[in-house]
Ligand binder design. Sequence first.
Ligand SMILES: Cc1ncc(COP(=O)(O)O)c(C=O)c1O
Length: 458
Amino acid sequence: MPIPDTDVISATAFDTLTPPAATDPYLAVDELPHSASSPDLVFQRLRDELALDGNPQLNLATFATTWMEPQARQLMADTAEKNLADRAEYPQITAMEERCVRMLARLWHAPHPELVRGCSTTGSSEAALLGGLALKRRWQQRRRAQGKDTARPNLVMGTNVQVCWKKFANYFEVEPRYVPVEPGRYHLTPDTLTAYCDDNTIGVVTVLGSTYDGSYEPVADICMALDGYQAATGTDIPVHVDGASGAMVAPFLDPGLMWDFQLERVASINTSGHKYGHVFPGLGWALWRDTRALPDDLVFDIDYLGGRSPSFTLNFSRPGAHIAAQYYTFLRYGFEGLHHLALRSRTAAHTLATRIRAIPPYELVTDGTQLPAFAFRLAPGTHGFTVHDVSHAMRTRGWHLPAYALPTPCHDISVLRLVVRTGFTTQLTDTFITDLAEVTRRLRPHQPVLAAKTPATA
Ligand SMILES: Cc1ncc(COP(=O)(O)O)c(C=O)c1O
C-alpha cells in the first residue's frame, strides 16, 4: 500500500478525536501499526501516557537539567533538525561548539587556551570514555617508545566513581583499580592512592564531586601524591578530572579551590552541559590541556558531507540543538549569572541539609556545601524503618528521593541523596521538609514496608 502524503492522511477518517474503541491498536502497542493514524490522535495519546511520568521539578534524584528559559527552549526547537555531523551545512553550530570549548578552556584555567583540544559529547559518560581512551593511547605510545609491552593497562580511581568509568574499563579492556572508600570519607583521597599505581597505570580519575554524596575529591592533594610518586619511581601518571557536575559549580563558587588545568598533572576534564551547564539532557564536554594530552592518531580528519573537520567522538550524527542551547546559557548568564544560579542552588541545598539534620532520626553524611547535593542517613540504632521506606513513602507525595547503598566497602550503609537544581524554590523547600517530617512521623511506629531499591544514577 502506498504511503499517503500528509494531506491525504489529514483528509482520512483518522483525523478525528473519536474516543478509541476498547480494542484500539494504539493502546500499549509494541508492534508497528499496519496503517497511519491522525497526528492529533497520536499526539494526544502520547501526551496522556507521558503524563504518567513523574514531575521533573520534584525529581531530587537527578543532576540533569529540568528547567530552561523559554528562549532557550525556542532555540532548541529552531535547531532540532540540525545535525552536528553536517558541519559544512551548519557552520554556525560548529562555530558555537568551538566557542563553547574556548570558554570552558579559559574557565578551567588552561595555561594555553589556544592549544586546548575539546569537543561536545552526548554527556559526561561519552566524555569519560574519550578521556579514558586518550589516557590509554598516551600510555601505549610511551610504553612502545620505551620498548615495553602494553598488555596490562590499569586505571586507578575510587570505588565511588560513576558507572561510566566501570564501563570504560570494561569496554576498553583496562583493569580498574578501585581504591576503597572509608566510613566517614566516601571518596578518593591521596593517602593510599599510590599503593594502587605502577608502571601500567594509564591515569588516575578524580571526581568533582562524587555522585554518591556531592563531596569534592581533593584533586590538588591527589596530584601532589602523584608528584611524590613520580619523584620516587620516575613514573609520570596523568590525572583526568570527572567534573560532570562540579566543573560547572566550582569555577563560580570555589575560586580558591585548585582542581583544574592550573594543576599541571591534570590532562583532561569532562563536564555535563546538561547538569549545572543548564541545558536539557544530551550534552557533555571533554577538554584536553594540549595536543600532547590527546594523541593525534585518535583524531579523525573527516572529509565527508562537503566539509573537512577533525573529529574525536564516539558518535557521528548528533543533535546540534544542545550546542545552541549551551551557547545561549553562556551568553545569557555570563560568569555572574552562572555564579548566581549555582549559589542559589547550593544555598538551598545547605538550608535543606540543616533542616533535615533537625528531624530525628536523620544525620547528615554531607551538608550541601560542595555540590548543591547531599546525602543523609538514619542515625545508628533501631528505627523500625529504613531509608528505602522513606524513599518509597516520599514517592506517594510525588518526590523522587533515591535511597541507595554507599560504595564498597561501606555498602552496609544506606543513604538518601538530594540534588538541588535551578527551579527548586523556597516554597518547594518548605513543602519538602513538611512532607519528610510527616512521612517520618508516620513511619516511626510502623514496621518497614517493602520498597524497591533506587540506584544512584545520573
Ligand atoms: C561524577 C559523574 N560522572 C559521570 C556521570 C555521567 O554523566 P552523564 O549522565 O552526563 O553521562 C555522572 C552522572 O551523574 C556523574 O555524577
